[in-house]
Design a binder for this molecule. Structure first.
Ligand SMILES: [Zn+2]
Length: 411
């Protein structure tokens, strides 16, 4: 991938659209300007004019969406770091503080965040929500680093930021003020962390988080690892506050492992509360237990997907590939039929776009040309095999082109 995107094509010939139909797409001024069905039996165009690309029936999706990442935590761009195991969450947080100082001394956060964002863009991800650590140890340093990385990659991928209290909200003094400052400085959402399990004060943490959301007009995205009925009670508390403040559609809970640990009746009751309030649920797949994606979908809960940790102090795994993420989630949730694989694709496309509040998403005339062509002929095949990306466009400009060889060098 070149350092900057190059001017994109103005005609994509013979794309397979997500609904299985085939079409030529005209692109103008960064937007989809026309969609024309391909007549059955049409011969492949022998010679392409400048600005034309032949997809030859390759699947074309709207840009992938990564609903949960930690751009500031990754070690990408630095040498491989052996994972340091710890006994519990608090020890892990302390270990991460030590390790991140060591790594940052060699490769700064801004460069690693940029490296990860570029990798995401080259895999067809056009939108990412990144949580960014805000704590008394680093203050707003990580936020400023990721804001700079966001500026460096703004022609490749859109990044939205969550001020993430990795050391708790009320457990450490000064965090509410730091979160408040982070929202003034450019974070779009306020985060949270296990109100019961970490802070031991559900109302105390939620008072701060929802108070800041209301004051700043910000969204909310809370990490919730607490299990079983205790976790479910917190989900219902979050739903109640969301409904009371009219924040439906702007609140998400990440992980919500408890949803995979409940009796049917409590699951249904909790899911219905989330659905009614407009609280979305993020999953990155297998870890402890996973929210039951199909059942939540049936009950009307918006579920979306994200990478979460990618090669950092928490987790040595991760490729940043959101199609691979749908494969992983599909395997864990035993999604098998075409319909179920379509649903898996939605977790990293339209449903995630809705959860992130992405305006003008999808393949339709007039929408921005945020597109990814995949070496597959259908959506189920793309989820099952997460094959190679052939072409990535961001607002009509070429981020990656394997149809015509490497992109031209930046001018
Ligand atoms: Zn996370």
């Amino acid at each position: 991938m070149s350092a900057r995107p190059t001017p994109g094509p103005h005609l994509l010939l013979d794309a397979t659209l997500p609904d299985g139909t085939r079409a030529d797409l005209r692109i103008s001024d960064g937007r989809i300007a026309g969609l024309a069905p391909v007549p059955p039996g049409r011969e492949r165009t022998a010679a392409l004019a400048p600005g034309e690309l032949a997809l030859d029936g390759a699947l074309l999706l709207p840009a992938l969406v990564d609903g949960h990442a930690h751009l500031d935590k990754t070690f990408l761009g630095a040498p491989w770091q052996p994972h340091r195991a710890t006994a519990n969450l608090r020890e892990q947080i302390a270990s991460e503080r030590t390790l991140r100082r060591e790594v940052a001394a060699r490769v700064p956060v801004v460069d690693r965040a940029e490296a990860l964002a570029r990798r995401m863009a080259a895999l067809g991800t056009g939108f990412v929500r990144s949580h960014v650590d805000v704590d008394p140890d680093t203050g707003l340093d990580h936020l400023y680093a990721v804001l700079e990385a966001r500026e460096r990659v703004r022609e490749l991928i859109e990044v939205q930021l969550v001020a993430f209290p990795q050391s708790g909200v009320v457990a450490e003094p000064g965090v509410p003020e730091l979160l408040d400052a982070a929202l003034r400085e450019g974070a779009e959402l306020v985060g949270g962390l296990d109100p019961f399990g970490f802070d031991g004060d559900v109302d105390g943490q939620l008072d701060v988080v929802f108070g800041l959301a209301e004051r700043h007009g910000a969204g909310v995205d809370i990490h919730l690892h607490d299990g079983g009925p205790q976790g479910a009670a917190q989900l219902r508390a979050i739903a109640a506050r969301t409904a009371a403040l009219g924040l439906g559609g702007r609140v998400a809970v990440s992980h919500a492992y408890c949803l995979g640990q409940l009796e049917d009746r409590e699951l249904d009751r909790t899911a219905q509360a989330l659905a009614r309030a407009g609280v979305a649920v993020l999953t990155n797949g297998p870890a402890r237990s996973m929210p039951p994606v199909l059942r939540l979908h049936e009950l009307g809960v918006l579920v979306f997907a994200g990478s979460d940790n990618i090669r950092d102090a928490w987790w040595p795994y991760g490729t940043a590939d959101m199609l691979e993420r749908t494969t992983i989630i599909g395997l864990q949730a035993e999604l098998m039929t075409n319909q179920e694989l379509q649903l898996a694709a939605g977790l990293a496309t339209a449903d995630a776009a809705r959860a992130l509040g992405v305006a003008e998403y999808g393949i339709a005339v007039g929408r921005p040309a945020n597109l990814v062509a995949i070496a597959a002929h259908s959506v189920p095949e793309a989820v099952a095999a997460h094959p190679e990306r052939l072409l990535v466009l961001h607002r009509g400009r070429t981020v990656l082109d394997r149809l015509n060889g490497p992109t031209a060098p930046a001018r």
